[in-house]
Write a protein that binds this ligand. Structure first.
Ligand code: SF4
Length: 121
């Protein structure tokens, strides 16, 4: 059993929430001022996830890179694997904002999409 203090980032108040974890169970959550904070703390203790933003090389584009993001938060443990795939990827121009550039990246079930348009040279 382990205890952990988590700062809630759901709203600007930033409550310090104490969670006690027992394996795959979250047994105690205290310090939250609302239900959303309890849900955030449980999820952060048991399955922490993050949205990822980065950029991918563009071949034949007006710009050498296109900014990208994951369509959903990915497990925190997979961040470096996903970043590695993104850094090695190259896409051909033109790229449309919202276009899926990497489907099911690193078997996370999450796609990586462009967050801007890059036209061809
Ligand atoms: S627990 Fe509720 S009130 Fe506290 S920071 Fe999180 S969302 Fe805001």
């Amino acid at each position: 059993m382990d205890e952990k203090e988590i700062t809630c980032i759901v709203c600007p108040i930033g409550c310090k929430i104490l969670v006690r974890r027992n394996g795959t169970l979250c047994e105690l959550v205290e310090g939250n001022k609302c239900k959303r904070g309890a849900e955030y703390a449980r999820s952060e203790a048991l399955d922490p996830r993050r949205m990822l933003t980065s950029s991918i090389s563009v071949i034949g584009g007006k710009w050498p890179l296109v900014s990208v993001k994951t369509t959903k938060p990915i497990p925190k443990d997979n961040i470096f694997t996903v970043l590695d795939v993104i850094q090695k990827a190259k896409v051909k121009a033109p790229v449309q904002c919202g276009q899926i550039l990497l489907k099911n990246v690193a078997d996370t079930g999450v796609d990586v999409i462009a967050t801007k348009t890059v036209g061809s040279t």
